[in-house]
Design a protein around this ligand. Structure first.
Ligand code: NDP
Length: 253
């Protein structure tokens, strides 16, 4: 690839800048998909297709860039590649088919923005782990790799189970929303977002990099405000919504 460490660092700072902008915007406007979708956001496409399209760069572009890196066949970069793909193959090609809500749509603009974001994010993280970063054999005995991997896996399991519980609230063919009950839902409205944040904090720790930090920050800036918006929506929508529940961090927020 005809890039340089300076270009890569510049792109990473753009990602960090985008996290700040995203946080500011999403504190004022609820991202218009799912329960917050509004007709004013223009033409729509099937939601399932939207998820596949907007997340595909995180699988295919990520792999394509990874395999151009000078460290592509080294063990630690391969472990990191495996972690990333473990998450994104599920999110891109399994999650959309687990979702229920036949006929659901999303604005094309949401899909397009997320697609462009994932191009940038995939370049930054894939290029870092297989080329500009340096993860020799000694990284295998560094606790940061394993603490990060444990956070990643724990977050993934929380995210997967929490999404599964939401999806199970609808019978096939249903489209509406119900109050989720049990497990972490007794403490917070959005355990799926808590899990997702832990996944990318784990990635940031395991890679110990500005690239990983940038994506973790972006994820928090993106789904933190959405967790608050979903929590507010639940409280406004259901009179009997449990009082003690927080939005995304048990007992705190
Ligand atoms: P939501 O919690 O809004 O929805 C998840 C699924 O469950 C959707 O199919 C939704 O249907 C359904 N659902 C949600 N709540 C209910 C309910 N109360 N009753 C019945 N069905 C319900 O999550 P998102 O769609 O925002 O995100 C999906 C996944 O993608 C999550 O795991 C999230 O962590 C991840 N994500 C990651 C981001 C990142 O920056 N890394 C950004 C955004 C999402 P419907 O679509 O009809 O609302």
């Amino acid at each position: 690839m005809a890039d340089s460490p300076e270009l890569h660092r510049g792109a990473t700072w753009v990602l960090i800048g985008l996290a700040v902008v995203t946080f500011v915007v999403l504190r004022r406007i609820d991202a218009p998909y799912g329960r917050h979708q509004r007709a004013s956001w223009g033409p729509t496409m099937p939601a399932r297709l939207g998820w596949i399209v907007m997340e595909t760069p995180a699988v295919l572009v990520f792999a394509g860039i990874y395999f151009q890196g000078q460290h592509r066949f080294e063990l630690v970069p391969l472990i990191l590649l495996g972690m990333w793909q473990f998450h994104y193959v599920q999110r891109t090609y399994v999650f959309p088919f687990r979702m229920r809500g036949e006929g659901k749509t999303m604005p094309i603009v949401v899909c397009a923005l997320a697609f462009v974001f994932q191009l940038l994010n995939s370049y930054i993280n894939a290029r870092w782990i297989s080329h500009f970063g340096s993860y020799g054999g000694e990284w295998l005995s560094d606790p940061r790799l394993w603490i990060g991997a444990a956070l990643f896996l724990g977050g993934w399991l929380i995210n997967f189970k929490a999404d599964a519980m939401l999806i199970a609230l609808r019978k096939p063919g249903e489209q509406g929303y119900k109050i989720p009950r049990g497990w972490l839902y007794e403490r917070i409205s959005c355990p799926n977002y808590l899990g997702e944040m832990l996944v990318w904090i784990g990635w940031a720790v395991a890679t110990w990099s500005l690239a990983g930090f940038g994506f973790a920050l972006y994820t928090i800036a993106n789904i933190g405000p959405r967790a608050l918006a979903n929590h507010r929506w639940y409280r406004e929508t259901f009179e009997d919504y449990p009082e003690q529940r927080k939005a995304v961090i048990p007992y705190l927020l």
